[in-house]
Design a protein around this ligand. Sequence first.
Ligand code: SF4
Length: 439
Amino acid sequence: MKHALILAGHGSHISPETGGLVWRYVDRLRQTGVVDEVTAAFWKEPPSFAQAIETISAPQVTIVPLFTSRGFFTQRVIPGEMGLTGELTIRNGKEIRYAAPLHDHPLLAGIVRARIESALVSYGLPPDRTDVAIIGHSTRRHPQSRLATEAQVARLKSVGIPAWAVYLEDSPTIAEIYDMTVAPNLIAVPFFVAAGMHTTIDIPRQLGLQSGDREGTVHGRRVVYTPPVGVDDDLQEVILGLASEAGAHLNPVAYSDVDDLWRGFPTAGRDDLIAAVQQAGVLNFGGLTLSLNEVRVASGELELETLDHPAALRRRVRENPFRSLPTGRDLPAGWRVRIERPEWLHAIVETVYPGAVASWAAARRGALTISSLSSTARRQVGMFRPLENLTGEVQRGIVARVCGGCFALPLWAGARVADGPACPEPCNHWMSAALESIE
Ligand code: SF4
C-alpha cells in the first residue's frame, strides 16, 4: 500500500525562506524513498492546507506540522483547513494521520543546546557571565502556544543554564529581556523553524539589533543572536520520528536508482497530464509549454537555460525575485527542463505550479470540489471570517484585479474549465487582498 508525507508549514507572502525551508526538506525526503509521495502544504502559499491532500494518490497520508509549538495553527487552522477530526481521520478512502508538531522532540532540545554552546565558543562568552533568551512566537489567542518555549527554558534551567522565555506576540516581550536579566552577555535563540521575516527582521528589531547582525551591544550588554532551530540537517530525523510516532509506515529501503531526481512527487492527475500531452503533442499549461521532450518557458532569447534539478527549477521560478503566488503571470522565462521519462513532465509542472495538476485533472473529470468565497470564509477560524459577507460586486472587482494577474482560472468565481491551472477556491493572496480592501 502506498504512503505519503505532507510537511505543513506557515509560508509567507514576503520571505522565500519560510516556505523554502519546508521545500528543502520535501526535496530531501523525496530522494530518500522513505514514502512514495511527499509534498508541502502552507497557509500563505500554494499548495494550501486544504488543497495538498487532493494532490496525493496514496491511501495512507501522514501530515507533519513544521511548527515549534502546539498552538493556534497546529490545533485550529491546520485541522480546520484539512478537515482533520483528530490524530486519525478516515476520509474518501484515505487514512490521514496527524503527527505532533516539533515542539517537544528531544532532538529539538539538543539543537537549542547546540546553538547556545556554539555561541559561547564562537564569541568567547564565559558561561557564568552569560544569560540566555529563548524567543517564542506565542499568541494571546491561544494560551497553549507558549508552553513549548517554556518547556525549552525549563530544560535549560534543569542543567544549570540561566534561561528566560520571551515572545514575539505575547508577554514578556522580547525587549523586556533586558529588564529580566543582568549578565553582561546575552545569547538570544529564536525558537522558530525557518529564517523568515520574523527571525530576520522582527526579532532583531525588538532585540535592538540591526537586521542581519549576529552580534551587537544593546543597553551596554553584548548580545549574540543565533540562527533559528529549524535550519539544521538533523530536523529531517525529527520529521521522520514524528511521522513514525503518528503511525506512518516508513520504508527503510532507500532508492537504488540515484539518477532519478524527479521522484517522490504527489501523483494525483499525473497520468491525465501525460495523456493530454501525448494527445496534443504540445500543450500550453499556464505559462508553460509542455511536450514529451521538455517543459519550457521561452523568451526572446536564442539560448534557453537548461535546468536539471527540482531545487534549481524552484529557485529559478520562485526565489529571485520571490514569487509567493506560483501561478502569477510574472513567471520567469528563458529556461527549459529536458524530459527523460514521461513522469518527469508532471513533476516539473508540480514544481512550478504546486498542486495545480491535481485540480486541473479533477476539473476535467468534473470531480473538482469548488468552494465559494462564503463557504471558504466560513471554514476559516481566524481573520478571514468577515469576508463571508462580501457583496458580489466587491468580489468581482477583486477577482478582476487579483486573478487577472494569475494563470489559474478562478472556477470558484464562475470561470469555465480550460487547459491550465484550475482554482477551486479563493487563495490566501485573494483573501488578503480582499481583507485589505474592506479595512
Ligand atoms: S484566487 Fe485568483 S489569484 Fe488566487 S490562485 Fe485563484 S485565480 Fe489565482
